[in-house]
Design a protein around this ligand. Structure first.
Ligand SMILES: Nc1ncnc2c1ncn2[C@@H]1O[C@H](COP(=O)(O)OP(=O)(O)O)[C@@H](O)[C@H]1O
Ligand SMILES: [Mg+2]
Length: 328
């Protein structure tokens, strides 16, 4: 290995994470034994269809899984500290500080009753010990960084006075206020139009280059992954089925599920969206998962072995792993 010592230590190292829910029909495991890691200044894209467990993964990293849910096992190491071993009091020092999250719903995750500055000032006080006039100056500078015009005046505005794109910028500023080492961004631009989406992602890349924050970018959009991520993890029915540096994933997708997702991207040279080959069928219910490979009932390559043996992640090339019996 020729990697340097500095780049070899991941800022975020998730090992064998398992999260599930008690339901009326019994216990279901929504995140099943996943391992991912991200180095400083890098972005890992977490992709997969709706219901695959991406958000539950994000909430688990923040330790925001509430009853009837529970993190059932694994480790979430942030700069070597296992968040799952901290007391709730210690966790409050980490959450919003060393690890922060931009949530999926930009319209609902700002409280309409609070001024823009309220969560910003709170984060600055709790996580950076900055108060009073200095805090207001810092809050203003954060809003400037996310390109909110007239930042000083806007601190005392309310969320309804902003457009969706501006609200998402404010959420990003608030998430960055604690100078997090790890940022979980759950579909941060899905609700926004394409132009605003591109601006916000460019902004995140720029801020990341200044701060070295490790970003987990959750999205179902592979176009966004191609432009914003260094590595990709593909999730299916609670498991990581493929993990690779971004170029390798697009050049040599190895899991049939990944290939299906890639085939569904509309591009200038492909047929219109409505004619694209979609992956047949739907994500299975967690109550009724197929034996062996969870993707097998939607897979054109499925054979008898796929029902009998759970495919484990195998390394097919440097840093490129896939969980399919027929990946090579
Ligand atoms: N509170 C809950 N109770 C039971 N199941 C849940 C709960 N929250 C999420 N799940 C299940 O966990 C799975 C993963 O959900 P989620 O992480 O939101 O998917 P994604 O973000 O990939 O669309 C889904 O099957 C969902 O039904
Ligand atoms: Mg989600």
């Amino acid at each position: 290995m020729t990697t340097t010592a500095a780049s070899a230590v991941p800022v975020l190292d998730v090992r064998n994470l398992k999260t599930g829910f008690h339901t009326e029909r019994g216990w279901v495991t929504a995140v099943d034994d996943i391992s991912i890691s991200i180095e400083a200044g890098k972005t890992l894209g977490l992709v997969g269809e709706s219901g695959c467990g991406k958000s539950v993964t994000g909430y688990s990293l923040m330790r925001l899984i509430a009853s009837p849910g529970r993190i059932a096992g694994g480790e979430v190491l942030v700069e070597g500290v296992d968040l799952l071993k901290l007391s709730e009091k210690q966790m409050r020092q980490y959450r919003g500080g060393r690890i922060a999250m931009v949530f999926q719903e930009p319209m609902t995750s700002l409280d309409p009753l609070y001024m823009v500055q309220d969560p910003l000032l709170e984060t600055l006080a709790i996580h950076r010990g900055i108060r009073g006039a200095a805090a207001r100056r810092e809050a203003e500078s954060l809003l400037e960084q996310v390109a909110i015009p007239g930042a000083a005046r806007r601190l005392t505005s309310y969320p309804h006075q902003f457009s969706g794109g501006m609200r998402q910028r404010i959420l990003i500023a608030t998430a960055l206020a604690g100078k997090p080492r790890v940022l979980v961004a759950d579909e941060p631009t899905t609700a926004l139009d394409v132009t605003v989406q591109a601006q916000i992602l460019a902004l995140l890349r720029q801020l990341q280059s200044e701060t070295g924050t490790a970003i987990l970018l959750i999205t179902h959009n592979l176009g966004i992954v191609a432009e914003n991520c260094h590595h990709v993890a593909v999730m299916y029915a609670g498991r990581i089925v493929e993990r690779a540096p971004v170029r390798n994933l697009f050049d040599r997708p190895s899991h049939p599920y990944t290939r299906g997702l890639l085939a569904a991207i509309p591009g200038p040279l492909t047929t219109p969206r409505t004619l694209l080959p979609a992956i047949p069928g739907t994500v299975p219910s967690l109550h009724n998962l197929p034996s062996g490979c969870r993707f097998r009932n939607r897979c054109s390559m499925a054979a008898a072995r796929c029902a009998q043996e759970v495919p484990l992640l195998r390394e097919l090339g440097p840093g490129h792993f896939a969980a399919c019996h027929f990946a090579d």
